[in-house]
Write a new protein. Structure first.
Ligand SMILES: [Mn+2]
Ligand SMILES: [Mn+2]
Ligand SMILES: [Mn+2]
Ligand SMILES: [Mn+2]
Lengths: 220, 220
DNA sequence: TTTGATTTTTTGATTACTCAAAATTATGAA
DNA sequence: TTCATAATTTTGAGTAATCAAAAAATCAAA
């Protein structure tokens, strides 16, 4: 049985692989993402490599093996189903479920997760718009534009928020930018690093490019 | 923050203190209850003692300190609320929630447990009839008779099952002896180690004294 | 009260995870 | 190409939890 730490590392590597362009995830990136010392990540990566869960190229980085990917996706499934459960059944706010899910993902049994999946009607998206992997490990791919590269002055619906940090989600929530809400991008100014939006919910809002790129949308 | 192991030891000591008559719980009893080697329990007991969570008398045993009791009761509250939640909201069977609760009790946040408590209407008993400690740490005491010492040929209602072992609960369930059900004790034979019952649900049943003593009842 | 059995503690190790700081390797600008 | 900088790995160490087996203490008969 994988330990909690191993599950967290695998999930982290999976997520870094997704957004990063190159094939290999450097150990330093893992260390930063998990808030551990660089040497700690290196040590764990060796353990994972010895267990056949990653392919490790010293001084380059790691890549999940097939076994590692399977495990990571399973953890991610539990995480996202738990998040949705906390929102829909428990009534927690979508912007504050991540921390709880990060602990519960290691404690829920297969039996329990199957019941939750059933209760929620086999959902495909979590409260942040992230895809929920299927029980067999399939993750739906999607390529929504974000607020930096989508069309200007065109109605869009928020599809996904790709940053789970509580502070960021609270900001997003404060500006009425929760998934499902409608908006259009009024203008962008690269020099000022500003994206001006018109949100159906909260009126005019201005975001930096960094923040704007984390909000994925779907044209209507 | 206490580790998962420490929470499990404290909960265990609390439970052993409840049923055992003497004041001190021997380390060997803890080791047996938690399925660890005797030396492991001794080592942990010293750690707990150093943290001021128990009073430790070498070669005699331990007793929870006030701080230890408070923590233990908190864990127990989480455990029992989670059990009831799994039965009432998730729809799991009362005889199979213990294992899940034993892991979830370390992963649910105060926020989440407060919501669960609210959803369930501030319940006082878990699915096994065990009292749920209040948020402030008060545990309702009750002294129900059991099937060994209750009146003969008198209608009773099952109040509590004081053994969480899955095999035992499945047996109890199979004989229709779930909390709330009605029965009367027909006869007892000490030499044959047999207690004969008439259950409203499952007709005539025979139990050994050991098993019968774990089923607490309330005269009607 | 002696002694044999039982219980508990001690000892010596192991696994898992972590850090700080030193050593090494890679990278990119001059 | 060379060298300073940055990233990575190695080293040495510590905490937490565990076990097997030896040693010590307690208990219960005889
Ligand atoms: Mn986690
Ligand atoms: Mn999510
Ligand atoms: Mn537990
Ligand atoms: Mn219970």
């Amino acid at each position: 049985m994988p330990t909690i730490a191993i599950e967290d590392y695998l999930k982290c590597i999976y997520l870094e692989e997704q957004q990063g362009k190159k094939g290999l995830v450097p150990t330093g990136q893992i260390a930063t993402a998990l808030s551990v010392a660089p040497g700690t990540a290196t040590a764990m990566v060796k353990t994972l490599s010895d267990s056949g869960l990653v392919h490790y190229e010293p001084y380059s980085g790691v890549q999940l093996s097939e076994a590692g990917r399977k495990l990571a996706v399973h953890v991610l499934r539990r995480h996202r189903l738990v998040e949705l459960f906390l929102v829909q059944v428990i009534g927690m706010d979508w912007s504050e479920v991540h921390e709880d899910a990060d602990r519960l993902e290691h404690a829920v049994s297969d039996r329990l997760i199957a019941r939750i999946d059933e209760m929620l009607g086999h959902p495909t998206l979590d409260p942040h718009g992230d895809p929920i992997p299927t029980a067999s490990g399939v993750v739906a791919e999607s390529n929504h534009p974000n607020l930096v590269n989508c069309d200007l002055e065109r109605p869009h619906q928020i599809a996904r928020i790709t940053d789970q940090a509580a502070e960021f989600l609270r900001l997003v929530e404060r500006h009425g930018l929760r998934p499902g809400n409608r908006l259009s991008v009024l203008s962008r100014d690269e020099h000022a690093d500003a994206v001006r939006l018109l949100s159906k919910d909260a009126g005019e809002v201005s975001l930096g490019f960094r923040a704007a790129s984390k909000i994925l949308v779907q044209p209507l």
